[in-house]
Design a protein around this ligand. Structure first.
Ligand SMILES: Nc1ncnc2c1ncn2[C@@H]1O[C@H](COP(=O)(O)OP(=O)(O)OP(=O)(O)O)[C@@H](O)[C@H]1O
Length: 249
């Protein structure tokens, strides 16, 4: 049977009213193979998230903070539908992620989630415009419309004059702005960013943050970060420690 995202729309009004919602989420990783550690076949695990519950609305700019290893990236990957939890529920834009197949999650990401990584993840052989237009190919948007939309987004992030430059010809801050433009090109309901200012100097980090902040007016924005500037500017800070939410406000 076809696995359409629409089949996984939540029935509950409570959960579907949030752009992002997770309930009692647990995610464990195994530490190597069973044979390495135990004659009984037990695989040691690390519990990266231990019962996390969180709801984020459209228009909120939320920072996920906490010490190294506290579970920030793990949570972000789950909220971006890049991964699934061992137990608990996650919904994105009213769709139950945990019941989707891998293909269904790919469709959900394509249609509703923009993702920005610390290391930009741009294709070096494509121009800034080509990188930004990439998600529109998957959506079947014609070439001319793709180009126009990509240039529009690059102008919004202040890089209209860099459209034909390749990533190697751009500074770190410019590359990160290209990555943000790419994440926003499909006008997603949710923007998820993992340490987006981690590789940038303070001033460039502020510029990138300006763009991220602006986009939060019409979508939910979640940023995992160690950067105090991001934490200071967020509407709300969710603090993790050892995979548990220790503060939310
Ligand atoms: N693929 C993996 N395999 C095994 N353990 C992992 C894996 N990814 C993360 N972990 C472990 O899960 C825990 C949470 O890691 P996570 O990367 O989510 O933390 P973080 O808060 O993002 O850390 P940092 O700030 O250093 O990026 C850590 O103990 C980490 O070692």
């Amino acid at each position: 049977m076809a696995d359409s995202v629409a089949d996984h729309r939540l029935r509950s009004a409570d959960e579907s009213s949030f752009a992002l919602h997770c309930q009692n989420v647990v995610r464990e990783y195994s530490r190597g193979s069973a044979s390495m550690f135990s004659s009984r076949g037990d695989v040691p695990t690390v519990r990266a998230l231990d019962g996390v519950s969180l709801s984020i609305s459209t228009g909120e700019f939320v920072a996920i903070a906490g010490p190294s290893g506290s579970g920030k990236s793990t949570l972000l990957h789950l909220l971006a539908a890049l991964d699934t939890p061992d137990s608990g529920d996650i919904s994105v834009a009213g769709t139950d992620v945990t019941s989707l197949s891998s293909r269904g999650r790919t469709t959900l990401r394509r249609d509703t989630i923009g993702i920005v990584f610390q290391h930009f993840h741009l294709l070096p052989s494509l121009s800034a415009r080509g990188n930004v237009a990439l998600p529109l190919i998957e959506r079947g948007v014609p070439k001319r419309a793709r180009r126009e939309r990509a240039v529009e987004l690059l102008e919004q992030v202040g890089l209209g004059d860099r459209a034909t430059h390749k990533p190697g010809e751009l500074s770190g801050g410019e590359q990160q702005r290209v990555a943000i433009a790419r994440a926003l090109v499909s006008d997603p309901d949710v923007l998820v960013a993992d340490e987006p200012t981690g590789e940038l100097d303070t001033e460039t980090g502020h510029r990138v943050l300006d763009y991220i902040e602006q986009t939060a007016d019409e979508r939910a924005v979640v940023v995992a970060t160690h950067d105090q500037h991001v934490i200071d500017r967020a509407d709300r800070v969710v603090r993790l420690r050892d995979g548990v939410v220790v503060n939310d406000g």
